[in-house]
Design a protein around this ligand. Structure first.
Ligand code: SF4
Length: 282
């Protein structure tokens, strides 16, 4: 168990809720898919721009020391990195981890790469946008639905904690999502582990004229670490027309983690609350 630096201003800010408890890491930017609303314009042709495993472990260790309460790992598609599962497992020794994946790389024996996360403090968050294969695959790519629906029960049976994330262009309480909610439950995922959130109009979604407009203060101010620096929020380090958005860049320094954490604290302190809760951005 890590000792928390209780007299550090960041630890105090996390403890009193001024700073959100989760730190996000963009492990890489390349992806085997190329979804129409992708915030990072990821695709198989994207530059990898990866964090090194040692950096991710240091972030996890220092986040725990600074009093943060959880970690999130996203991409790109994290499972394209060969060393990713073992690294995430080691990070979970410091703090609970939510690991985002498109869930399409677990066919056959390849599911073993995810099963190493069973019985560790890691939840896999897998994307699924519709109960209709045609509609789901329209945005996310051919055979996406079939691969996800096949993988989730195998992961659950293998002892992996699975959450489903649905990204929608419609209202979050749309009754049209009810068949999807039933499908998710039938796959072995608890209703509380099914997140429905809006498309945020950044990255490729902006070019495609999709999603809700969000100012900085509407985006949860979770510290987010990438190979290019530290950002305000996991919706901060987006890519548009091949260029990294830097409007939410805090600092190019990512370690020691106290540097970007204090930069974020300086920006957050005194800022009026945003509209992220009403918009359902998470
Ligand atoms: S939304 Fe996710 S799965 Fe789709 S292209 Fe972007 S990173 Fe890949």
């Amino acid at each position: 168990m890590t000792d928390i630096l209780t007299d550090h201003p960041v630890a105090a800010a996390v403890a009193d809720g001024t700073l959100p408890g989760r730190v996000w890491l963009y492990s890489n930017y390349n992806c085997n898919l190329a979804c129409s609303y992708c915030l990072t314009e990821s695709s198989p042709r994207s530059p990898r721009r990866q964090l090194e495993a040692a950096t991710m472990l240091s972030v996890a260790e220092q986040a725990a020391e600074l009093g943060f309460t959880g970690l999130g790992v996203t991409g790109g598609e994290p499972f394209l990195l060969p060393w990713l599962p073992e690294t995430v497992r080691a990070m979970a020794a410091h703090l609970p981890v939510v690991l985002l994946t498109n869930g399409t790389l677990f066919e056959g024996d390849r599911i073993d790469r995810a099963l190493v996360l069973a019985d560790h403090d890691v939840a896999l968050q897998i994307s699924l946008d519709s109960h209709r294969p045609d509609l789901n695959d329209l945005a996310r790519g051919e055979d996406n639905f079939a691969k996800v629906v096949a993988a989730v029960p195998r992961l659950v049976a293998g002892g992996v904690t699975v959450r489903i994330a649905t990204t929608t262009a419609g209202p979050l309480d749309d009754p049209g999502l009810d068949p999807l909610r039933r499908l998710v439950t039938s796959l072995g995922v608890a209703p509380d582990d099914h997140l429905v959130r809006p498309i945020v109009r950044r990255g490729r979604a902006d070019l495609e004229d999709l999603g809700v407009e969000a100012e900085a203060r509407d985006i949860p101010s979770e510290l987010t670490i990438t190979a290019d620096g530290a950002f305000w929020g996991s919706f901060g380090p987006t890519v548009r027309s091949g260029r990294l958005d830097t409007d939410l860049l805090l600092t190019r320094t990512v370690l020691p983690l106290s540097v970007p954490a204090q930069a974020l604290l300086g920006v957050v302190s005194g800022m009026p609350p945003g509209n992220d809760t009403n918009l359902g951005i998470r």
